[in-house]
Structure formats: C-alpha cells, structure tokens
Design a protein around this ligand. Structure first.
Ligand code: COA
Length: 348
C-alpha cells in the first residue's frame, strides 16, 4: 500500500485583529480573565472579502506552491468547513475553479472543528488505496460571522482563517500512519448554529412562509454550553490521541510533536500531559488566532513546517474535537525526504 505524505502546506488569516482589549469594550470581560481561562490574546476577523472560498484559495495556493505541483495534477479537493459560501454548490467546487484544478473531484466535509483531521483521514484513504495520487485537503471557517458579540461566553473564543495541505502518494515510510474518527450526536445540543439549515424552522407552511419568518428569525448565532464542551474535550483529546498512537503501532515515546486543535490552552495542556510531551513539543498559536475551527490544525501544521522544527522522520499527533460532538486524530510521520509522485505523473 502507498503512503500519503504531506508535501505542501499553507495558511491564511484575515488582516483585522480583534484583541482582548477590544473585547473589553464590547462585553463584560477582561484580558486577564480571557488569558487565564483560555490562553487567547487576539484573533482575526474575516472582512467582507474574506469568504471561505477566498481564504481557502490563499492557503491552497501556498500549499500547492510548496509541494511544487501543477494545480492540474490535483485529483481531489476536500474542503472541511461549516461555513460554506453557499448551500450549493460545494465551496470546494468553487475552489477548484479558483485554483485552476480542473481535473479534480471536489466536495465539502462538515465535521466542525474536527473537520480538517476528518478530511485528512478521507484524503489519505484515497491515496493509500491507489485511487488518487495528489489530494488537496483544506480546513477553513469564518465562524465569527455566526458569533453573537454580546455573548461573552462565545465571542472571546473564535477567530477566522484557513489552512491547507497537499497529500501525495509516496513509497517512503512517511505520511499518515493512522486515523481515529469519532462522533457522539447525543452531545449535539452543547454546541450548534441552528440557522441557514434545511431544518423545520425554514419549512414552508401553506401560506408560503415559515416558522423562521413568523418569529422574525434573521440571523442565528452559535450556542454553546462551555462547561459541557470543556469536560468532553479534556477527556476525548487525550484518549483519541493515544488511540491514534496505538493504531500506528507506536509508543508514546515515539511521538515528537503534538499539533492540537486550538480551543483552549488548558485543554491542550491536558492532552499534552496524557501524551507525556513537554510544552515545547506542542504547537500553540491560539494566543494569536483563537479557535479557528477547521482551520486550526492545518494552520498550526503550516507554522510548524515553516519554522523548520519538523525534521524528517519525526512523528506527530494531530488531534481535534468539536461540534457533533465529534473528534478525530491522526499520526503523521514527517517526510520531505521520501520518494514523491512526480508532478507530471497523473492518473491515466
Ligand atoms: N469574561 C469574564 N467572565 C466570564 C466570561 C468572560 N468572557 N465568560 C464567562 N464568564 C464568567 C461566568 O459567567 C462565570 O461567572 P459566575 O461564576 O459568576 O457564574 C465564571 O466566569 C466562570 O464561568 P465558567 O463557564 O465556569 O468558566 P470556565 O473556566 O469553564 O471557562 C470557557 C469558560 C468557555 C472558556 C471554557 O468552558 C471552555 O473553554 N470550554 C470549551 C469551549 C470550546 O472549546 N468550544 C469550542 C469547541 S471546538
């Protein structure tokens, strides 16, 4: 079986910075509270032009450039997002055109903050089974568009951004070694955005209206039970990370890096303790970007790769959790020395 190696990476964040001091002007909160409870200092806000498509295109172009492939070599694009530009078509299809990746199949994948790690698992299967050679996996969200900036329980946490990787077939001992995916819909009510979905609220009644029209529903916001999500995430991050290590046939001592979803520094620290990793082996950028949902793991990966701290042969655990409730983890062996598919070698 072939391996699915990460050969390209990129990220994009909007320009506008929203600091904790800015939030102090908007809700009853303080920089001290936010930093001590979450580790977040500032986050980025998507401008009108920073659509999920636009942010995805920026991150993807960089990933494609790093991989050194032609967009026409891409066989499949998977875009993990819960904030697509529109209901249909999939934003991945719009991205395909934007990138000139005209040969690629394309679809969106919705698993909230776990979305990128889910998409990485799906994309790597297509390579490992020999179906595709070059897969673009993107995680992008513009969740601040669905945040109630009068709700201090949620508005301090989230930011916008995008991250992307190119996965390529490789015969070397590198790439995605294991995946764990999970979901428990019994916890769905703890983290959700109801509106703009084809649920009953929007069903047409006999007069052509809907319940949403009757109650004047114009815009819906994220609702979150922070304590429940916190309890769930502290348990599941460590458990699912260890499960991925076991599935890869490795021991905890073989893991060099933890690349976790960036929701809360206390949650990340708990996962690091479970993996027996010191803080300097855990990639953290939530102080600068907050929780960027599906973008957080690939943004961390892109930063870590650009920093030069990922050496060939190093093993890392990617782990995320989110609405669903959902969770996902992967063990990835960093390559960059392996035998890659040549850019001009396409599926015949
Ligand atoms: N500023 C100041 N005070 C705040 C506040 C804010 N932004 N948000 C909540 N508080 C208050 C609460 O009202 C509460 O006050 P009370 O004791 O007078 O009732 C107090 O702070 C403690 O609230 P609590 O919710 O218990 O705090 P916490 O330590 O659990 O931290 C979260 C809250 C949201 C930071 C934490 O629960 C969390 O990170 N949960 C996970 C959320 C998450 O990761 N979501 C995304 C998943 S992908």
């Amino acid at each position: 079986m072939r391996n699915a190696a990460i050969t390209g990476w990129g990220m994009y964040v909007p320009e506008q910075v929203l600091t904790n001091a800015d939030l102090e002007q908007m809700v009853e909160t303080s920089d001290e509270w936010i930093v001590s409870r979450t580790g977040i200092r500032e986050r980025r806000l998507a401008a009108e032009t920073d659509t999920t498509l636009a942010m995805s295109a920026q991150a993807s172009r960089r990933a494609i450039e790093v991989a050194g492939i032609d967009p026409l070599d891409i066989d499949l694009i998977i875009l993990a997002t819960v904030t697509p530009d529109m209901f249909m078509p999939a934003t991945a299809s719009l991205l395909q055109t934007e990138l000139g990746a005209h040969r690629a199949a394309a679809f969106d994948l919705a698993a909230a903050c776990s979305g990128f790690v889910y998409a990485l698992a799906v994309g790597s299967q297509f390579i490992q089974t020999g179906v595709h050679r070059n897969v673009l996996v993107v995680g992008t969200d513009a969740l601040t568009r669905f945040i109630d900036f009068t709700d201090r329980g949620t508005c301090i946490l989230f930011g916008d951004g995008s991250g992307a990787v190119v996965l390529q077939a490789s015969d070397a001992e590198e790439g995605v070694l294991s995946n764990v995916l999970g979901s428990d819909g019994r916890g769905a009510q703890h983290l959700h955005i109801d509106g703009f979905a084809s649920n009953g609220l929007f069903a047409r009644n006999g007069n052509g209206g809907s319940v949403a029209d009757e109650v004047g529903l114009q815009r819906t916001f994220m609702k979150m039970n922070g304590n429940e999500v916190y309890r769930f995430s502290v348990r599941v991050m460590g458990e699912t990370a260890v499960e991925a290590v076991n599935k890869a046939g490795l021991r905890l001592g073989d893991i060099d890096w933890l690349i976790p979803h960036q929701a809360n520094l206390r949650i990340i620290d708990a996962a690091a303790r479970r993996l027996d990793l010191p803080r300097d082996r855990v990639w953290v950028n939530l102080d600068r970007y907050g929780n960027t949902s599906a973008a957080s793991v690939p943004m961390c990966l892109a930063e870590a790769a650009d920093s030069g701290k990922l050496q060939p042969g190093m093993n890392m655990v990617l782990v995320a959790f989110g609405a669903g409730l959902s969770w996902a983890s992967s063990v990835v062996r960093w390559g960059a020395t392996g035998v890659r598919t040549k850019a001009n070698e396409r599926d015949g």
